[in-house]
Design a protein around this ligand. Structure first.
Ligand code: PGA
Length: 258
């Protein structure tokens, strides 16, 4: 049984005051996070400390949005895994915006994944094809390559702490989500396939894979009804407390039924 995981990727949004407000609103509407769904909030680095204090001993988890691979040193502007250890449980790595605007590659993603795991942080590693790759029928090839490259050198044991987010780039922030069956097919073939080859069938079945890209309260149930999808990485809708809470609630309901 894979526990579904809904993560809110706040991206470069929310000041400290706004973070407190959104955390309070989410908790007011949802109460405690449900027992059968892991709920992760990923605010910007500057808000992690205040969010951590606001969440106290609740079941909510925190995630960072990136991490550098070195533990410390002369890397102006970067944040190390040791700095995040006390602040976050998860860390998003290799989001398509980082690949696109900050030149991240499967190799740098792999270094970050390794460094996160070495310091006890759980990576949410993002994979997904661009529109032109999708249109050229290259989705399986691209997502397979990103999965293999990002996870190269890991052990089956380490995979217990890795979450993968399949996010077609054409679906991110566009309002044009994939279909449930379409996303499920990509995950089954291009994510769980390589996982089985690299780490064995058991790891391929045990690894949690989220869908991301224009997830809303209106479409989350369609994704959660799919056997290979274990939650969502939610951008825009995670900034609206009511929408995010509804996404968590529907995930809890649908995954219990299926
Ligand atoms: P979106 O973003 O939900 O706004 O499409 C998802 C993401 O980038 O993780």
């Amino acid at each position: 049984m894979r526990t579904p995981i809904i993560a809110g990727n706040w991206k470069m949004n929310k000041t400290i005051a706004e973070t407190l407000e959104l955390v309070r609103e989410i908790r007011k509407l949802l109460g405690e996070a449900p027992a059968n769904v892991e709920v992760v909030l990923c605010p910007p680095f500057t808000s992690l400390w205040v969010a951590k204090n606001a969440l106290g001993r609740s079941r909510y988890s925190l995630g960072a949005q990136d991490v550098y691979w070195e533990p410390k040193g002369a890397f102006t502007g970067e944040i190390s895994p040791t700095m995040l250890q006390d602040l976050a449980t998860y860390v998003i790595i290799g989001h398509s915006e980082r690949r696109q605007y900050f030149s991240e590659t499967d190799e740098t993603v792999n270094r970050k994944v390794q460094a996160a795991l070495a310091h006890g942080l759980k990576p949410i590693m993002c994979v997904g094809e661009k529109l032109e790759e999708y249109e050229a029928g290259k989705t399986t090839e691209v997502v397979g390559r990103q999965t293999r490259g990002g996870l190269a050198g890991l052990t089956p044991e380490q995979m217990q702490n890795v979450v993968i987010a399949y996010e077609p780039v054409w679906a991110i922030g566009t309002g044009k989500a994939a279909t449930g069956t379409g996303a499920n097919a990509v995950v089954a073939q291009a994510v769980r396939g390589p996982l089985a080859e690299m780490f064995g069938a058991e790891v391929a079945q045990a690894t949690r894979v989220q869908y991301g890209g224009s997830v809303t309260p209106a479409n989350i149930a369609e994704f959660m009804a799919q056997p290979d999808l274990d939650g969502g990485l939610v951008g825009g809708a995670s900034l609206k407390a009511a929408d995010f809470v509804e996404i968590v609630r529907q995930t809890a309901t649908v995954k219990v039924q299926t």
